[in-house]
Design a protein around this ligand. Structure first.
Ligand code: ZN
Length: 278
């Protein structure tokens, strides 16, 4: 049996389908500007033989302006990345020992959800898509909102369940319909953002709202224009941040699912948009 290739090339833009692009940066993964980051960040857990000849390459779509990593891990290695290579203890500790501002921000976001849905907290159904360890869901519970968390990582799912969060790990079987869906730091990670958004919108009630927030690629791309660039934990995080959005491309993403931007919402994150489903 032929072994799956470790990386898949993304020849077309995952937002608009255009095949034309500009290359912003391209260097082999084995180049020290990339590999030093990979080795340090993942604590040497990523097997280096998967990289042979593959470049870390950032492309910008000539039509819509979306940035993308040109080569992404196959499904099996992507699973390894999120379950094994990422330091889960470190990720949990960021929440366990988060400062008060983190939880103040969550509380402000709950107030936004209540005002956008114009319902009593106990009447609001919320889905936190990509809930991680479930800390945001716990704040929703504190506001008496009916919250469900979706998460692919089994470790995170089990942790959140132990904390009393209702969870799901597949969207296809879900019969629930939601007043609000939270997708914080999700869409930069997925290979098919348009397909995912349409699937989420299927679960959103008519008139419901969805929040998309991502790192600001438009701002951070400037770092690559300098001679001294190196891969880093930013909007173009190797292996993880497959798409680089800015406000304009997030709005365009919303339009693919017929969503309209809700204006004048107090924002708790620099690159985020609240959308309404008609
Ligand atoms: Zn495009």
């Amino acid at each position: 049996m032929q072994k799956n290739k470790p990386f898949t090339a993304r020849e077309t833009c995952p937002l608009c389908g255009c095949i034309k692009f500009d290359i912003i940066v391209s260097a082999l993964y084995t180049d020290p500007r990339v590999m030093n980051f990979i080795t340090k960040y993942y604590g040497g857990r990523v097997p280096t033989d998967i990289f042979s000849g593959t470049p870390y390459e950032i492309r910008q779509c000539a039509e819509c302006g979306l940035f993308r990593q040109a080569y992404t891990l196959n499904d099996s290695l992507s699973f390894q990345l999120y379950e094994k290579w990422i330091d889960s203890k470190d990720s949990l500790n960021k929440k366990l020992y988060g400062d008060a501002q983190l939880y103040r921000t969550y509380a402000e976001e709950m107030s936004v959800i209540i005002s956008l849905t114009e319902k009593m907290p106990h009447e609001i159904n919320v889905l936190d898509f990509g809930m991680g360890w479930g800390f945001w869901c716990r704040m929703a519970q504190a506001f008496n909102i009916n919250v469900t968390g979706f998460e692919l990582s089994k470790k995170r799912l089990r942790y959140a369940e132990k904390m009393g969060i209702k969870t799901i790990s597949s969207l296809s079987g879900s019969k629930e319909r939601y007043d609000f869906i939270n997708a914080h730091q999700v869409f930069e990670h997925v290979s098919d953002p348009v397909g995912l958004l349409k699937e989420l919108c299927r679960l959103l009630k008519s008139g419901g709202a969805i929040r998309l927030s991502t790192p600001n690629a438009g701002h951070e791309i400037k770092e690559f224009i300098t001679e001294t660039w190196k891969a880093d934990k930013n909007a173009f995080h190797p292996l993880e941040h497959l798409n680089g959005f800015c406000k304009k491309t997030l709005i365009r993403l919303g339009e693919t699912a017929s969503l309209t931007e809700i204006e004048n919402v107090p924002l708790s994150h620099p690159t985020q948009i609240y959308f309404r489903k008609p």
